[in-house]
Design a protein. Sequence first.
Length: 176
Amino acid sequence: MRTIKIALLRGINVGGHKKFSKADQLDMAKQLGFQDIQIYLHTGNWIFSSEKKRNDLEAEISAAILKKYDWEVPVIVKTVSEIRNMLELCPFPKETLEKSYFILLQSVPSPANVAMLKEVSYPNELVHYTQECIYFYPAIGAGRAKMSTNFFEKILKVTATARNFNTITKLIALAS
């Protein structure tokens, strides 16, 4: 059964690296046979419908990017309901929520790595962990925060990608 999926490509068009235009992203999604395609912004947010399973889609998109550009790009695919659920489960109050980041995890980290994450704390940085998402609020701004997607990946030993509140809500709206 064809369902709407959201693919989040990590590190596309960030800081001038891995330049991959919206038009080229759209062309690639079409070449991969996806339907009902929308590309939100230029930073690797794909909305499309497909009958394929999440793991197959993640591997297929990553392989296509590697073949065309010779870039290793992690991809995380979620359904609209999974993304909506992550938003609804965010424990932060509204004023914090709207300035928060959602660090989506590709797989469930080991309990030992989660325990290591829970031991880390920095002033002005709120973290709430779930098996699929880390809710992150850097009161001092993401650019000055000690924690980052790389930080979470290193401790948890899983692939992750971050999106801010505005991107998450827009992806849900576009996909609904």
